[in-house]
Design a protein around this ligand. Structure first.
Ligand SMILES: [Zn+2]
Length: 535
């Protein structure tokens, strides 16, 4: 057994208590002792004088489900941020179940590629198979997983908008049950997305029944995060109460200018009333005022008319641009038309695939229209979508800082990254910077709350939410996932222009008692483990 001693640091327990000056003795993968002036001899000694010693961070909302199967270095972005545990399978999207039928499998890839990344087709079809396969892969950090209700629906009944039959609901329930038995942390729903958008509230109450037994968590990408946000939160409360499960509202936010500084408070009121009634409901958020998606989401359905291929062709002609301009100006119900609800100055071209379009990258549509002499936003956007075959990424500044601040300060809110693994050179900076950004920006610069509160929202609270056994807290007898850093040096470097920048200033990151990052540099080891949740 190896021993590791972290000497004389400012120790934050992850439960929100103020720091204490102490040393931490680790034996093998566990924390053996936390006390001032531990005098033991250890194989490795780390001088933490003047430094913070915290539990490893826990990102319960990352979409790296497939990465252990097709990438060797995906862990760096997380370890450099101090993330030692992640929970995948969010927003209704999990790698399994995965149909054995060829056509259904293709449909499934189109469904999850933009979130989980390029297709991977191993012989993994059920959730228990996914867990078994993960447990055999080298993992840079600890993994737990939710099962996605969207992936289950795609497997049970495809992408049709027809109602669930009794039989289909029963099948869905048994797949959830099987996943929970195999150690799933809970179920995620992505009600905004196909094919879940056709589900009724009643459908969810019926299908989620197996979760009521264990007060298991349902992580929810709600039905509408813009004009219908408050009603969508109410829907989740109704489901939680009827099923008897816990509810986690994922990436809690209020999109679109007209709703700012108002709807988030209405939703908070509903949530606090439900909490007072005994519902176990909480929220999480990422520390940025922007989302990211594909530029082609700016095209109305009426323009695409069922064929993206044809839409791309049309945009190569002045007539097609005119049609897009005309249809784009119409009113739509239930569709966030970024041009209308945000304005071209809040839509930023973030990722282009052709070198000759690089000049647009990092600029708003409004700015480029002016600088490069386009008639209007439609002309520029139409040109880019056509020229890049729809592979352009946009950043939409849909949120406002005061709303985010209100959510961040809630005693029941925790932090996530919501990293998406679509293939692009310009991902959302949250992938590389979300966790240190909390410390740099929210604690050091803006003083929104003390460091112990920020740490608690990134460690003890997410661990409790996902029932991660003996993790997220620095305590004797707990797993040794530990970070050591200087409060003012640990920072994010990822920006919208240069997103793929690792965080810097983390001295050590320890995963299960082993140094995964030393002096800011990753060691070669994979010390993470698969975590199965006992319900
Ligand atoms: Zn989501």
């Amino acid at each position: 057994l190896s021993t590791l001693l972290i000497k004389n640091g400012c120790v934050y327990d992850g439960l929100g208590h103020a720091e204490i000056r102490a040393s931490v003795l680790i034996r093998d993968d566990m924390i053996e002792r936390i006390a001032p002036n531990i005098d033991a001899h250890a194989d490795i000694e780390i001088d933490a004088c003047g430094k913070c010693v915290t539990p490893g961070f826990i990102d319960i909302h990352r979409h790296c489900d497939i990465k252990p199967f097709n990438s060797d270095d995906f862990g760096y972005a997380m370890l450099a941020q101090g993330i030692t545990t992640t929970v995948v399978g969010n927003c209704g999207i999990s790698m399994t179940p995965f149909s054995t039928d060829h056509v259904a499998a293709l449909e499934m890839h189109n469904y999850y590629d933009p979130v989980l990344g390029p297709a991977y087709t191993p012989d993994i079809h059920t959730f228990p198979q996914y867990m078994d396969a993960l447990s055999l892969r080298p993992l840079p950090l600890n993994f737990a997983a939710l099962i996605g209700a969207g992936s289950v629906k795609a497997t049970v009944k495809g992408f049709a908008d027809t109602p669930f039959s009794k039989d289909e609901l029963q099948k869905t329930r048994s797949i959830f049950d099987e996943a929970l038995m195999a150690g799933a942390a809970g179920v995620s729903v992505g009600i905004m997305y196909q094919p879940e958008c056709y589900n009724t509230t009643r459908d969810y109450i019926e299908m989620l029944k197996p979760l009521g037994k264990y007060n298991t968590v349902v992580a929810a990408h709600i039905r509408d995060e813009a004009d219908g946000m408050v009603g969508s939160v109410a829907e989740m409360i109704e489901i939680g109460k009827a099923v008897g499960c816990a509810i986690e509202i994922s990436h809690f936010k209020s999109c679109n200018k007209n709703n700012w500084n108002r709807d988030i408070y209405k939703a908070i009121e509903l949530i606090e009333k439900a909490r007072a009634d005994g519902l176990d409901i909480s929220v999480d958020l990422y520390p940025y005022d922007c989302g990211s998606t594909s530029l082609s989401t700016l095209l109305p359905d009426t323009f695409v008319a069922g064929s993206m291929e044809n839409a791309l062709k049309k945009l190569g002609t002045p007539g097609g641009i005119g049609e897009y301009r005309r249809l784009g100006a119409e009113k739509y119900h239930g569709w966030d038309h970024w041009e209308k609800v945000l304005g071209w100055d809040r839509i930023i071209i973030s990722g282009v695939s052709n070198a000759h379009n690089k000049k647009y990258q990092g600029k708003s549509v409004a700015q480029s229209v002016k600088e490069y002499g386009f008639t209007d936003g439609c002309e520029l956007v139409g040109y880019l979508i056509h020229d890049e075959c729809g592979k352009t990424a946009l950043i939409n500044r849909t949120m406002c800082e005061s709303d985010i601040e209100a959510a961040a300060k809630l005693p029941y809110s925790i932090f996530i990254s919501d990293s998406i693994y679509a293939q692009t050179d310009t991902p959302h900076p949250r992938m590389y910077g979300a966790f240190p950004k909390i410390i740099r920006n929210y604690v050091n610069e803006r003083h929104l709350f003390p460091l112990e509160t920020a740490i608690c929202k990134m460690t003890g609270m997410p661990a409790a939410r996902m029932k991660l056994d003996r993790r997220g807290v620095l305590k004797e007898g707990y797993f040794a996932d530990v970070n050591v850093f200087e409060k003012c040096k640990f920072k994010d470097n990822a920006t919208f222009e240069q997103p793929a920048q690792l965080a810097t200033g983390l001295d050590c990151c320890i995963v299960n008692g082993r140094l995964a990052l030393k002096d800011g540099k990753p060691t070669s080891g994979n010390f993470g483990r698969l975590i199965r949740i006992n319900h």
